[in-house]
Ligand binder design. Structure first.
Ligand code: ADP
Ligand code: MG
Length: 282
């Protein structure tokens, strides 16, 4: 298993995201190891689902990739940049334009109406006001909220808020969309609409990293990362993954060069960071 896991997570020569032996611990009256050494790569345009029990580190993983939090050890690179080396302004640019976030709890700004919430990332991306409003209105129309443009979050249902949050995440046309259980708090119909929006984004060439509890949702991805106790336990290629497949498809034959590349960059040289020392609990 360790061989196939390391090859499947090694990624191509120029991945959009690379995690090298990333650990994250929290000190709250004792140490919680949220991530216990994760190495993986996300290729540009890839579609990856993350599954695992509650508390296994899924949200921590997304937050680190999205530059919302920093690792205790290891490195996270996004679009070739080591996040730890970026200035505050550059980090804001990564968060604002390279990466879009859909949170489980929506995180809309309560005093801004739907258009203003969706337009917010475009402020950081330097769009002018009219362009921002036009883009935001268009996106809200595409998520079925064209008649709710000036509603505040409190004037919207849970499913509608989630759709505003998705429109906001899509606004800057991010190279990577991070979605943390985006269908967790909405009805099945809204969930399906959300998933089809994510599918459109992926079809347009953007990468998606999605946390979900639902097997049928995870199966839309090119590969499923199974996380347990802060470790990457297994990488699965769903039989009916909707992605392009091809030579670097998940579960493709072991690619020694790619695996070696991942290993050397992480500094371990072993190429099996995600699965080694399973019982060690460092
Ligand atoms: P998941 O999203 O898979 O449910 P999380 O990544 O949210 O898991 O959490 C992983 C572990 O880290 C859990 O044990 C959780 O309690 C802990 N944790 C997450 N965030 C914090 C935090 N800010 N402070 C302390 N512990 C945290
Ligand atoms: Mg979570």
């Amino acid at each position: 298993m360790s061989d196939s896991t390391s090859s499947a997570v090694a990624g191509g020569a120029d991945p959009l995201v690379r995690l090298s032996d990333v650990r994250k611990t929290y000190d709250v009256g004792g140490t919680v190891e949220a991530l216990a050494g994760v190495s993986l790569a996300l290729d540009r345009g890839s579609y990856t689902a993350v599954m695992g029990p509650s508390g296994s580190g899924k949200s921590t993983l997304l937050n680190l990739v999205g530059a919302l939090d920093t690792p205790t050890e290891g490195t996270v690179t996004v679009d070739g940049h080591d996040l730890a080396a970026l200035s505050a302004d550059d980090l804001a640019a990564v968060r604002g334009t390279t990466v879009g976030f859909v949170f489980q709890t929506f995180n809309l700004l309560p005093r801004l109406d739907a258009v203003e919430n969706v337009a917010l990332p475009l402020v950081f991306a330097g769009w002018d006001r009219d362009e921002r409003r036009a883009r935001a209105s268009d996106l809200l129309g595409r998520v079925g909220l064209g008649d709710r443009l000036d509603h505040l979050p409190t004037e919207l249902s849970g499913g509608q808020r989630q759709r505003v949050a998705i429109a906001r995440a899509l606004a800057p046309d991010p190279a990577l969309l991070l979605a943390d259980e985006p269908t967790g708090n909405v009805d099945t119909e809204t969930g399906d609409a959300i998933m089809s929006l994510l599918g459109d984004l992926h079809a347009a060439g953007n990468a998606v990293l999605l946390v979900t509890h639902e097997r049928r949702i995870a199966e839309r991805a090119d590969r499923i990362l199974h996380v347990r106790d802060g470790r990457l336990e297994r990488v699965e290629a769903p039989a009916d993954g909707s992605g392009p497949g091809g030579a670097d498809a998940p579960g493709a034959a072991v690619d020694a060069d790619a695996a070696e590349g991942a290993g050397s960059e992480s500094g371990t040289g072993t190429g099996d960071g995600p699965t080694d020392a399973a019982g060690e609990g460092r």
